[in-house]
Design a protein. Structure first.
Length: 217
């Protein structure tokens, strides 16, 4: 990951007591570069991690990362003081990721028409604990890297709308309302997409690794 801001602790400490919203508002009025750099440093690692996971390729993530902070600078006057900054910058990052994918013709969409239900749904609900569970069984811990690789590969087979909510909610830790604000959709839509994504992944899991799934669960 490239760093576009220096690591001056003194610079950061000047604004430690300010909220994100206070800092972007102050930058709107003053165009003080130190304000901008301090605010962006708060989000540098988080946003890059999001873009790297979202896009899946380091070079493209770097492009989207640079574009995100450029757009924050260019569009700072559009920030509504009544909003929260975190969903706003995530929305910009998401748009940059989509633009980068389109430019490189790497944007994928797959059909999600395969129905799920019954035993598949029950297994998928238990499978979803692999994403959010706090404890692992010894067997699951021993195979956790393999499972993580499988999960990442399977998420990449989902449609873009489902990938977005999985990454925002499960990996980036955004609340439903924050994810809804990032994507510009109702909270209920976030929940339904998340549910559908987890069910779909559960189906893929049981179809591809039925014996292993039974052993682990």
């Amino acid at each position: 990951m490239i760093h576009i801001f220096d690591d001056s602790a003194a610079l950061s400490s000047r604004f430690d007591s300010m909220s994100d919203e206070e800092m972007i508002a102050a930058y709107q009025n003053t165009k003080d570069r130190s304000l901008f750099e301090s605010l962006m440093r708060r989000y540098e690692r988080e946003i890059y991690s999001y873009l790297r996971r979202y896009i899946g390729q380091a070079e493209l993530a770097e492009d989207a990362f640079q574009g995100t902070f450029l757009q924050v600078h260019l569009k700072c006057h559009q920030f509504d003081p009544g909003r929260r900054f975190r969903p706003w910058i995530y929305a910009i990052a998401t748009n940059q990721a989509i633009d980068v994918q389109r430019r490189n013709k790497r944007h994928r969409m797959v059909s999600l028409d395969q129905p799920t239900g019954g035993d598949h749904e029950e297994r998928a609900n238990r499978w979803s604990e692999k994403l959010v569970g706090e404890a692992e069984s010894p067997l699951l811990a021993a195979t956790s890297q393999e499972d993580r690789d499988w999960v990442n590969a399977s998420i990449n087979t989902l449609g873009a709308s489902m990938q977005q909510v999985i990454i925002l909610v499960y990996y980036q830790g955004l609340k439903y309302r924050e994810a809804a604000e990032v994507l510009g959709i109702p909270v209920g839509t976030v929940k339904s997409r998340l549910h559908a994504a987890v069910q779909r992944l559960g189906t893929i899991w049981t179809d591809s690794k039925p014996e292993k799934d039974d052993d682990l669960l």
